[in-house]
Write a protein that binds this ligand. Sequence first.
Ligand code: AMP
Length: 112
Amino acid sequence: MAETLFSKIIQRQIPADIIYEDDQALAFRDINPQAPVHFLVIPKKPIAKLSDASDGDQALLGYLLLVANKVAAQEGLTDFRLNVNNGAGASQTVFHLHIHVLGGRPFSWPPG
Ligand code: AMP
């Protein structure tokens, strides 16, 4: 997979406000937050987008949700929203799989 901003964050080639890291995942604050709390959870494995994940990624994908949950609790969130943009038509701009975690304000439904 081509280098992306997020692979550079994993490799510490560009700075980020990292709030969680382990051998499989990283979480850091979004540079352009859309809520009082807005962070991204990414796998260290380079998967460009959710639809590129395979059956072999089953445990990793579940693990990312658990990391999102853990870091949301660490951030003091009880209610929060997860969002995954898959593909340019769904507003994905960085092609390294990431889960947006947003909290600290009310969220309406349906989303825009
Ligand atoms: P998406 O549109 O789903 O691909 O989301 C990409 C997100 O990455 C956007 O919310 C951006 O604000 C965020 N972003 C881009 N560059 C950085 C960066 N260097 N550090 C943190 N977040 C970033």
